[in-house]
Design a protein around this ligand. Structure first.
Ligand SMILES: [Zn+2]
Ligand SMILES: [Zn+2]
Length: 136
């Protein structure tokens, strides 16, 4: 899905939470959508440098997105990467190769997860670790 198709949903999400949609927030959201998977902050910054993005603004924006359930942090080769959460991306889990460090998405059907949560669950992550086909 092209990320600009997700823009109306993003605007609604921000409006519902009283979040101001600045030019920078909009650019970061679109770049995350174009990345189509987990992307590190340095990689996002490289994508947005041409638009005049500064690292502190990008980092603050990502923190705001995490706090507002727009993105979730994902560990990628020991580095933090960020990816869009549903409804901006399909819900999925991750497979991490312990040999080459590759991370791939596992489509989730979604399984019934019966956990006793001491409060209200907002989202979940499932990480499966193993050896990928290429490394086997
Ligand atoms: Zn591998
Ligand atoms: Zn799931």
């Amino acid at each position: 899905m092209a990320s600009d198709q997700l823009l109306p949903e993003f605007l609604d999400h921000c409006r519902a939470r009283g979040l101001r949609v600045t030019r920078e927030r909009r650019s970061v959201f679109l770049a995350l959508g174009e990345a189509g998977g987990p992307v590190t902050r340095p990689a996002l910054l490289r994508r947005l440098l041409a638009e005049g993005m500064h690292a502190p603004t990008l980092y603050r924006t990502i923190d705001v997105f995490v706090a507002n359930q727009i993105v979730q942090p994902v560990s990628r080769n020991g580095e933090s990467a960020y990816e869009l959460l549903p409804p901006f991306a399909r819900h999925h889990h991750h497979f991490h190769c312990l040999s080459c460090g590759a991370v791939s998405a596992l489509q989730a059907a979604d399984e019934h997860i019966d956990l006793q949560v001491p409060g209200k669950a907002l989202y979940h992550q499932i990480d499966v670790y193993g050896i990928c086909g290429g490394c086997l």
